[in-house]
Design a protein around this ligand. Structure first.
Ligand SMILES: [Zn+2]
Length: 222
């Protein structure tokens, strides 16, 4: 029975309504453009990816920094930085800048996070492109719950307050919980941009969390 059930699962095609196909295509196109803008940003910054946010956060009263969508926006056309059509309503984050409610997160492994004070302040710096060993298999950006800006590694916890809203950085392993509704918002799967510039729809289980990529499985490890 187990084998039959597994086969059935493999052979069951994924059905999308015409509306969902269109939404998924729109999201995929947007993530592809975001992936290209990330590369363009790197080319203009010593081959280094942007950090999830551009600032050193000293405490909750410190001014907030710009998040990565703002940093890469100069390298994309305005119309290409579209929010995921299937992202959940921003809700309490509705006062946020539109670029902060796209419904996409950055692969947190593309940056280094360092705790700089006992109070928990951190600095974030983008990592160099050469750190990515398998560019066709390394996720750069992905569908994720609105309010999550970086996701993918089990490192530090950071809560950043801008004075207007609180932005939470998922800090745990890549899980459905961390990705939120984003992980299943398109027909049970989600869209992912990769370091080589392509983007693809995949199911959550097709990816792995790895501290280092294995060259075989798409994932977050560099
Ligand atoms: Zn999407």
């Amino acid at each position: 029975m187990g084998v039959i059930a597994a086969l059935a699962a493999i052979l069951t095609p994924v059905y999308f309504s015409a509306r969902e196909r269109s939404r998924r295509a729109s999201c995929l196109s947007s993530l592809r453009q975001i992936g290209l803008a990330l590369r363009q940003y790197a080319q203009n910054h010593d081959d280094t990816y942007p950090p999830p946010a551009h600032a050193t956060f000293v405490d909750e009263n410190a001014p907030g920094g710009l998040t990565w969508p703002h940093l890469i926006a100069p390298y994309a056309t305005a119309s290409s930085m579209r929010p995921c059509p299937r992202r959940e309503a921003p809700g309490r984050l509705a006062t946020m800048h539109p670029l902060d409610t796209l419904g996409y997160a950055l692969n947190k492994n593309l940056s280094t996070w360092q705790k700089v004070s006992s109070a928990g302040a951190e600095t974030m710096e983008g990592r160099p492109e050469f750190a990515v060993r398998y560019s066709a298999l390394t996720v750069t950006a992905l569908d994720a719950r609105v309010g999550i800006f970086a996701i993918g590694s089990p490192d530090l916890e950071a809560y950043i307050k801008t004075g207007r809203v609180e932005m939470t950085f998922a800090d745990e392993l890549y899980t459905e919980g961390n990705q939120g509704e984003g992980g299943k918002r398109h027909g049970g799967g989600a869209n992912y941009a990769f370091a080589d510039g392509h983007a693809a729809w995949m199911r959550h289980r097709q990816l792995r969390v790895a501290r280092r990529g294995d060259g075989k499985t798409p994932g977050f490890g560099l």
